[in-house]
Design a protein around this ligand. Structure first.
Ligand code: FEH
Ligand code: ZN
Ligand code: ZN
Length: 338
């Protein structure tokens, strides 16, 4: 990435020799995330200031290529998932196990560290890798972000759910496909997925949604009222978080309902004070996931419990992949394979 809002360039760049805890991996697959699109368009220059050029990509898996002399437990050829929440290891959040919330976060592909849109990737420490021999990097890479992010969010709210509860989901893209599966695997809730076209409706049903509402052909709020017999939903899990999904999601919350913010499309949330106080609403932000949660997601996938709908592009087609995603034409998760 040389300049914001311009196509990415394919460059030959130097690869450092790994020393100490460092590892070089051969990239097997790199997922393409909506956050990459926001980032590449310069929408986050203030929040995530970086010096360009930079290699993008924070959702990577591959094979150990070369290790530094202090690396433990990894050997050339091992299949590894890259935990992308690279933290300092010593701040209160890192020590608390939530490295993705590090006070000095150094996320690959979103900070001064080059990411996975490449043939090889330099990992500053083997502590950021999870060995997953026997798994295919093409299925593993999406788990490190699209799979991990909704997993953390569902873990935050699953104890609020019971067999009669309803969970509203906005966004049946890469993350939403996993969100539906986790909600059905980890809770007894009824999932209502809101989609914008028949392709996503089919995908939502395939992933296990109990109800699907097409916002292009139905009034979402009245459809939710009908499904929940006017009780409203217990949770609105918003993987999009745009102005209209937030407004509809909030309007659909029942008594003691919880809005979970995961998506980054919008900028602000309008909270109707009276409605939120008398109904005791909660709003929870959820960011990415931590190292242990990624290990749990990989364990789930290893037991073949997760479907991973992927769209494979060759690394050289990176601009076609990012454009297809930006135009909303990817069902599931797009991955780049060198
Ligand atoms: C990227 C940048 C900022 C916030 C969140 C993200 C996610 O895509 C990481 O999963
Ligand atoms: Zn992401
Ligand atoms: Zn830290």
């Amino acid at each position: 990435m040389h300049r914001y809002s311009e196509p990415l360039q394919i460059d030959e760049v130097n690869l450092p020799k790994p020393k100490g805890e460092e590892v070089i991996i051969k990239v097997g697959a790199a997922g393409v995330c909506h956050s990459d699109i926001h980032f590449m368009h310069g929408e986050w220059q203030k929040t995530l200031p970086v010096k360009l050029p930079l290699t993008v990509g924070h959702e990577t898996a591959g094979y150990v290529e070369e290790v530094g002399e202090s690396v433990k437990g990894l050997a050339k050829g091992d299949v590894v998932a890259v935990f992308g929440g690279w933290g300092c290891g010593v701040c209160i959040n890192c020590k608390g196990g939530d490295e993705q919330l590090c006070m000095h976060a150094r996320w690959p592909g979103l900070s001064q560290f080059d990411g996975g849109y490449a043939e090889y990737m330099h990992i500053p420490s083997y502590r950021f890798l999870i060995r997953a021999n026997g798994m295919d990097p093409k299925m593993l890479a999406p788990l490190t972000d699209a799979g991990l992010t909704p997993y953390r969010a569902v873990k935050k709210i699953r104890r609020m759910l019971n067999p009669g509860s309803y969970t509203l989901l906005f966004g049946v893209g890469g993350l939403g496909c996993y969100a539906i599966q986790y909600l059905k695997l980890m809770s007894p809730t009824n999932v209502i997925a809101v989609v914008r076209n028949e392709g996503k409706a089919r995908l939502a049903r395939e992933m296990g949604a109990d109800h699907v509402i097409n916002s292009k052909t139905e009034d979402v709020i009245s459809a939710i009222r009908k499904i929940t017999e006017n009780r409203g939903v217990d949770v609105s899990l918003d993987i999009v978080a745009s102005r209209d999904t937030l407004d509809v999601g909030f309007a659909s919350l029942g008594k003691k309902g919880t809005l979970v913010l995961v998506g980054l499309m919008g900028e602000t949330l309008n909270v109707p004070i009276m409605q939120s106080v008398i109904n005791e609403h909660k709003v929870i932000g959820s960011l990415w996931g931590n190292y242990n949660e990624l290990a749990e997601v990989i364990a789930l996938a290893r037991k073949q419990k997760l479907k991973t709908p992927i769209n494979q592009f060759n690394l050289m087609e990176v601009n076609k992949a990012t454009e297809t995603l930006a135009n909303g034409k990817i069902d599931g998760r797009a991955i780049l394979v060198p």
